[in-house]
Design a protein around this ligand. Sequence first.
Ligand SMILES: Cc1cc2nc3c(=O)[nH]c(=O)nc-3n(C[C@H](O)[C@H](O)[C@H](O)COP(=O)(O)OP(=O)(O)OC[C@H]3O[C@@H](n4cnc5c(N)ncnc54)[C@H](O)[C@@H]3O)c2cc1C
Length: 436
Amino acid sequence: MCSAGSDAAGVMACARLSRLRCSGSWLRSGPGPRRLPPHRAHSEQPAPQSADPFNTQQHQALRESLRKIIEKEINPFVDKWEEEGIFPAHRIFKILGQAGFLGVNKPIEYGGLGLDFSYSMAVAEELGHIRCGGVPMAIGVQSDMATPALARFGSDELKRQFLTPTIAGDLVACLGVSEAEAGSDVANIKTKAVRKGDDYIINGGKMWITNGCQADWMCLLANTNDGPRHRNKSLICLPMNLEGIQVAKKIDKLGMRSSDTAQIFFEDVRVPSKYLIGKEGMGFTYQMLQFQEERMWGVAGMLVPMQNIIQETIEYTRQRKVFNQPILHNQTVHFRLAELETEIELLRSLLYRCVAQYIQGNDVTKLASMAKLKGGRLVREVTDSCLQYWGGMGFTNEVLVSRLFRDMRLMSIGAGTDEVMLSIICKYMGTIPESK
Ligand SMILES: Cc1cc2nc3c(=O)[nH]c(=O)nc-3n(C[C@H](O)[C@H](O)[C@H](O)COP(=O)(O)OP(=O)(O)OC[C@H]3O[C@@H](n4cnc5c(N)ncnc54)[C@H](O)[C@@H]3O)c2cc1C
């Protein structure tokens, strides 16, 4: 992981953000003000410091720059993509890749910006301004779900072949973990990659694969030997144009409709063994690590949609009168919205604490699982409660609240269900009964 953990390091790394072509003045053209040595700074001339390390000027500049792309290149087309059940991933990823948003925390030598994970969180949050859940999720798969293990454990050659073009938006990535018979129980996957000479021969199939209809390569989890289930798996970069790969169907879903989700089969697919990520047999461990970034990204991605829904609900209920008064004037309504807003801030604090520890190199499995559990439940409460205040309008397809009610239902299922999060937390609490 790249870590520009301190503010100073972050500022230096942010200089590289110049290719984001921000119009703001956050990048100084000349040298900054002379700073006193740290031990004297407090008494004589306080060095400028942000009170909130997750919301520095650099984070704000990143957000503003991304917001412009969202408003120009994405939001005007979301309704159409939702209707069509797919969005043009190659075109949108190219735009985001050129602006630097697909590899914010990835190493500079592979085209990333080399910033710390708090900047990835800023991007995930800002993507919440997209007026659906499907497109942000697809972007997250590309930037923070299919690529962390490759960036961390892949060989230089593999990173140049798959990571660099993915960060640039030239290749679309997907993550192949779940199978029809193994979702929560990842260790139970059946897809096999058997070594034959310099190749692996892959047989099996994957289910629920986001970006699966459009992807150029998959970060595939497969069994590479018959040993114990936590040590027999490997992650492999699998080009999706190989003979024997069949995208069997695009799954018709309740929500996330603009994101394509595929079922995929493999029959005697031959892939060079040098496409293995890191060490053979370490795939389960690598994927569990990769899940941490996916889960933190998922939580960050819920924050803005929840706040936007509350804001739109305030506006709607303020102007709509029932029994001769605005709906919002009922104490039960404005109190409920205040409660929900409070919960969102609590979730944000938990996430930021988790991310701060992650940036410092700590194991955050327990905190990330707690945040994912709480986020999945809270987003369901927020969308359900708000939808109620829209009355019949909330039940139409004309308002954002109904779309997010459907889309955000996934948050308690994808990237590990609530029950899986509870199991992980229980493991850390030492409360799971030992199996006999
Ligand atoms: C839209 C969408 C996109 C997805 N994208 C991807 C992707 O890109 N790549 C990928 O690999 N996967 C993806 N997934 C798969 C997702 O991660 C799985 O759906 C999820 O892990 C749950 O697995 P499952 O669907 O097999 O449910 P199951 O494992 O069958 O679980 C069903 C239910 O059983 C209950 N349950 C399970 N375990 C326990 C327990 N220990 N205690 C009590 N109850 C339990 C829970 O209520 C759970 O919801 C996606 C899924 C969806 C719907």
